[in-house]
Design a protein around this ligand. Structure first.
Ligand SMILES: [Zn+2]
Length: 363
């Protein structure tokens, strides 16, 4: 719930944890329910409870459960306590819990901060003592004034949402005792495996894992988009322009001031001596204009216009006594297709810009 790392559980694996005991009235019932289902859990003991009910601690150990600690008096101020305050709280819990045990070596070096009120100083202190800091992956709100049905629903809903994890419960609540059998039956029906976490020993070394398995959200190849880092929301309070970077900022050597790829002397000579393309390169062969007049309709229109123009020129030629009749006629023959093109465009209503046509027209 607070850290980027959690237990390296596999999918459909769940760890049951119980805090704040032992309190015989309810802790004994929890013990019975777990024994009936052959389930091992982890208990985080409060020192003052162990002091008052040492027999309760011994029962947990005798039943094979893992026993860690949860401070001496359960203050909800670990996030703001100085070391001289939290140190005796941590150590008092450890001392009274281990004192209740027949074999103090049975105490697991696991600690859960009361109320999960984490603080870096507390965590560093625990780590320096070789104690593993525990949080949880989801609670079931069993310390709140809710029904046992609600506790059961929350436990299952939150587990199903994550598919695995550490469930936080309290063995000092009647609603927890009432909800527990239903929770366990449902976990088994849904195919969950209840995992018992124990401290590593020389005889039983730690389960081999990779660091990535401890991550709450390990990077996956199948859903890369979900792992993109969030884009920070910048507040542009100052909108003055930044100075342009200098070459020195880019570690550029002054000898090669151009940031573009350097060209050899030969390449530069080629570039400077390439001839300007001649106008003839863009000349269009006479027949190419046909492309523009590819439809029967426009071809017919072109023929009609050409014939009309021919007639008009012939008539004008007669008036001019045939002086320049021949050159004019030839000019008409060339101009006619262009005129036809305009006619075709006007008819279709959608002018089609064509590079060939404009070149031809200018030529
Ligand atoms: Zn607690």
């Amino acid at each position: 719930m607070q850290y980027r790392e959690t237990l390296p559980l596999k999918d459909h694996e769940v760890v049951l944890t119980f805090d704040d005991g032992p309190l015989p009235k309810y802790s004994n019932q929890v013990l019975k329910i777990l024994d009936d289902e052959c389930i091992k859990a982890t208990f985080f003991i409060i020192g003052s409870q162990a002091k008052a009910n040492p027999e309760g601690v011994r029962k947990l150990v005798a039943a094979g459960h893992t026993v860690g600690t949860h401070s001496m008096n359960h203050p909800l101020t670990f996030d703001r306590m100085p070391v001289e305050k939290f140190e005796p709280e941590i150590n008092g819990g450890i001392e009274w819990t281990s004192a209740a045990m027949t074999d103090p070596s049975k105490l697991a070096p696991f600690f859960r901060i009361p109320g999960l009120m984490r603080a870096e100083g507390v965590e560093n202190y625990l780590i320096s003592r070789g104690i593993q800091v525990w949080s949880a992956d989801f609670p079931a709100d069993d310390w709140r004034h809710v029904s046992s049905d609600r506790v059961y629903q929350l436990a299952i809903q939150r587990l199903e949402a994550k598919g695995k994890g550490i469930l936080l419960l309290h063995d000092i609540q009647a609603r927890t005792v009432a909800a527990l059998p239903k929770i366990i039956r449902d976990l088994k029906a849904r195919g969950y495996r209840i995992v018992h976490v124990v401290p590593a020993t020389a005889e039983r070394p730690a389960t081999p894992t990779t660091p990535v398995e401890w991550l709450l959200h390990p990077p996956t190849e199948t859903v890369p988009i979900a792992r993109w880092p969030a884009v920070p929301r910048f507040a542009f309070t100052q909108t003055t322009m930044l100075p342009a970077p200098s070459l020195a900022d880019l570690n550029a050597e002054t000898a090669h001031q151009s940031l573009l790829p350097r060209r050899t002397k030969g390449q530069m000579d080629i570039a400077s001596t390439l001839p300007v393309p001649g106008r003839a390169l863009f000349a269009i062969p006479e027949g190419s204009i046909e492309v523009l007049l590819s439809t029967t309709l426009s071809r017919r229109a072109a023929t009609r216009l050409a014939m009309a123009a021919e007639t008009a020129h012939a008539a004008r030629g007669k008036v001019a006594k045939g002086k320049a009749a021949r050159p004019q006629a030839r000019h008409t023959a060339h101009a006619a297709p262009a005129a036809a093109k305009h006619a075709a465009q006007a008819k279709s209503g959608t002018p089609r810009p064509t590079r060939v046509a404009s070149l031809k027209k200018r030529a």
